[in-house]
Design a protein around this ligand. Structure first.
Ligand SMILES: [Zn+2]
Ligand SMILES: [Zn+2]
Length: 491
């Protein structure tokens, strides 16, 4: 009996059904595997950037391995191109064979900065620009793929002082260079005295100035190479994040990855990491009168469909806002007397003109004596001092509460109930006819903590959460604010 079970298990193990890669990759995108995790450079900060650049273009599906040693033909198989941000010890024969076969079989390889250094005759380098003192037997094929190796013999391969310099494209016809400016500026190391292999195709060079103890030559920095049926793109640039976060590095790298993978380039000459849609909602964010953490501004970053300018009151309202903005977001605290009559008129004309208005958190206490504002426009007021008919409102910091979105509105559609750590308000006056968006049952808070005002001329939203970093950094809160802006702009 037990022999039969064992046999069945063995048969089952031998027949594990393969699952196609397509279930795990984005359709139609170039599949990139970045090799990193050991480098004398700060790979911990540069690798995320190398990934982000590619992801931001929408052209690539990117994975990262921090332990390239042990990769096999099977693990490399789904990918179109490897990006090496690696400068450490050898990977071992099975992995090295797999990489050789991957590239020679017709796929791509991209080598960034110190990625050209390892596997040669020079000593293995360690973290933080250190030396291990260990010499390993060279992996000859790596040098053949890269098209260059380093040498400790004179003239030594290396670089003079890091400085700012121009990189000039030499072959403007090549797909990686076509359509881009003839040169670009960056601050980087300028590698010199590579031992180049015959057959490489130099794309860009820079002058290694004797003024910074360079060799006085025009040094090749970007080049391509063929290895079997595969394509290799090498960039000597990218010493650190400052070198990488320049338009010249970013575009040449991304275009080089696309070319190595496909032999073509469709990416633009400039890669915008924070692109805005042409029809992005134009938002005026008004601050002032209430301190807040700088994390607040992160709420508005990275959205393609909103473009935000910040201006403090009262100067934010000095001009007619109707032409310049679609939505005003108030995250300020200001009283009526502090806003000159003309400024108040501009604000009034804006909200009467069919635009959008978002009242965030403490801005519910604005303009206590401007009754039209809080009664008609906002539909509510944090009552600073008790007055006949209005109890004083109260606040409490650092409350853990549960916020429940009300379904049935575009702003809250599909948003789950959420745990917040925020400030609560109690006894905030609001009109009975507001359309409630958010509720909580926390005893220190009012039930209604977000609403749409019944005001007819413009779309007005109030959101009570948003005191500090915990909410500012929460994707749920950011989405809530973004949706409120889009909805109030009529999108
Ligand atoms: Zn470097
Ligand atoms: Zn607050």
């Amino acid at each position: 009996m037990s022999r039969i079970v064992a046999l069945l298990c063995l048969t089952a193990a031998a027949q594990v059904t393969p699952v196609p890669d397509k279930f795990y990759f984005e359709e139609g995108k170039i599949r990139v595997l970045i090799l990193t995790g050991r480098n004398n450079h700060d790979w911990r900060s540069t690798t995320p950037y190398l990934r982000e650049v590619l992801q931001s273009t929408g052209r690539f599906d990117v994975r990262v391995t921090e332990e390239p040693s042990g990769l096999s033909a099977a693990t490399l198989k789904p990918y179109d191109v490897l990006v090496s941000n690696y400068c450490g010890p050898r990977w071992g024969a099975p992995t090295e064979r797999a990489v050789e076969e991957f590239v020679s079989g017709g796929k791509g390889l991209v080598v960034v900065h110190a990625g050209s250094y390892p596997f040669g005759e020079t000593a293995v380098l360690s973290e933080r620009m250190g030396r291990t003192g260990v010499y390993q037997k060279p992996w000859i094929e790596w040098g053949k793929m890269v098209g260059a190796v380093w040498s400790d013999k004179e003239p030594r391969t290396g670089h003079a002082q890091r400085h700012a310099y121009q990189v000039s494209w030499e072959d403007k016809e090549h797909p990686i260079a076509a359509g881009v400016a003839s040169s670009f500026l960056l601050s980087d190391e300028l590698y010199h005295n590579f031992r180049l292999k015959p057959g490489i195709h130099v794309l860009a060079t820079a002058f290694d100035s004797p003024k910074i103890r360079g060799n006085g030559k025009q040094e090749p920095l970007l080049w391509t190479n063929a290895y079997g049926k595969g394509r290799m793109f090498h960039t000597a640039l990218g010493h650190d994040l400052d070198a990488m976060r320049t338009p010249g590095f970013t575009a040449s790298y991304a275009r080089g990855v696309e070319w190595a993978a496909t032999a073509k380039v469709s990416l633009p000459a400039l890669i915008d990491l924070n692109p805005k849609n042409r029809d992005a909602v134009r938002v005026l964010l008004v601050s002032g009168g209430h301190d807040h953490e700088s994390s607040f501004y992160g709420v508005f970053e990275k959205w393609r469909d909103i473009r935000v300018n910040v201006d403090p009151h009262p100067v934010a309202f000095r001009n007619d806002l109707r032409k310049q903005y679609d939505v005003v977001v108030l995250y300020d605290t200001i009283q009526t007397e502090a806003l000159p009559e003309k400024h108040r008129q501009n604000l009034r004309e804006f909200v009467e003109s069919g635009k959008g208005l978002i009242i965030l958190h403490h801005a519910i206490a604005d303009f206590q004596s401007w009754e039209w504002w809080w009664k008609e426009v906002v539909g509510g007021r944090y009552v600073l001092r008790a007055e006949p008919g209005y109890e004083a409102s109260k606040y409490l910091h650092d409350v853990e509460l549960v916020a429940t979105p009300k379904p049935g509105h575009a702003i809250t559609k599909g948003l789950p109930q959420m745990r917040l750590f925020d400030e609560t308000y109690k006894q905030v006056w609001h009109r009975a006819d507001v359309q409630v968006l958010l509720t909580t049952d926390h005893p220190t808070s009012d039930v209604e903590i977000g609403w749409v005002s019944p005001y007819q001329n413009s779309r007005v939203v109030y959101l009570q959460p948003g005191h500090g970093r915990e909410s500012h950094e929460q994707p749920w809160f950011r989405q809530l604010v973004r949706r409120s802006i889009l909805w109030s702009a009529g999108r």
